[in-house]
Design a protein. Structure first.
Length: 274
């Protein structure tokens, strides 16, 4: 394998610890990568507004991929590329999914509109006071999706949450007849709908081209279905131990769980060991 020049990683469930934070070991590893001139690219399903400040406030992180690749921005927050669904397509998706799931968040050019039913549902958004406060701070709560009739621009992502596998299966079945969309998910309780060319992998390829970095010089870390495209873009695919079985089957290596900062341990022991 060539010398590594780029490390790309999912955040929640992968590079972030179980508290959703950058752990101390991970901070040390990120500093070492920077000192060695190795580019680290955070690739998250989160919208830019809710991405960890740690990556937005430090100039050593040249790029940030958010909303599963719908938005690529630089360290100053400038947009490099964005992909959105039209309002018409977003309304079509919503009309299909809303009868099945009343728990939704819609990202309209970076503004998060969220169903009122999610505002205090601890089962779906998390038990901790901190998580609930963060959730409420980044969203505008709505009783319906009428705002789509007045909103300008486009939709980066429609995110629907469910409380059981049957409802998720219903959503996926209902979406089969909707054309020109991409469907993915980052866990058992959600379904995400976006522009058909939107993916973490495609976003990463754009960044790799900007830096003239080859696939063989890139390592990717992930934990779920929305990281499959990331794996397709890199030379070494690493799933954390807590990853979905589908992703593990595609991995070249398995790192320890994010509970022990497994992705950072892998980088330290196998990529920074010289």
């Amino acid at each position: 394998m060539k010398q590594i020049r780029c490390v790309a990683s999912d955040l929640d469930g992968t590079f972030l610890n179980v508290k959703g934070e950058v752990g101390e070991l991970s901070k040390e590893v990120l500093q070492q990568l920077h000192e060695k001139g190795i580019l680290f690219v955070p690739c998250t399903g989160r919208a830019y507004i809710e991405a960890p400040d740690y990556f937005k406030e430090r100039t050593e992180f040249k790029y940030l991929v958010t909303s599963n690749g719908a938005l690529i921005s630089d360290h100053a927050g400038n947009v490099i590329r964005t992909l959105v669904l039209s309002m018409e397509k977003a309304k079509e998706v919503f009309d299909v999914c809303a009868p099945i799931s009343s728990y939704w968040t819609i990202d309209v050019d970076g503004t998060l509109y969220c169903s009122e039913t999610l505002s205090d549902d601890k089962e779906l958004i998390g038990e901790t006071h901190k998580r609930i406060q963060e959730f409420r701070k980044t969203r505008i709560f709505q009783y319906d999706a009428d705002f789509l009739n007045q909103a300008q621009g486009g939709v980066r992502k429609l995110h629907f949450m469910v409380k059981n596998a049957e409802h998720k299966a219903e959503l996926l079945e209902a979406l089969k007849d909707v054309k020109d969309i991409l469907i993915t998910w980052s866990g058992a309780s959600n379904v995400e709908v976006q522009h058909p060319r939107c993916s973490k992998g495609e976003a990463l390829k754009i960044i790799m081209n900007l830096g003239q970095i080859s696939k063989e010089e890139t390592v990717g870390f992930g934990d779920n279905t929305n990281d499959l495209s990331l794996f397709e873009a890199v030379g070494l695919k690493v799933a954390v131990e807590n990853a979905s079985e589908d992703l593990k089957k595609q991995a070249d290596e398995i790192a320890q769980s994010n509970r022990v900062e497994g992705a950072a341990l892998f980088v330290k022991d196998k990529l920074l060991c010289d």
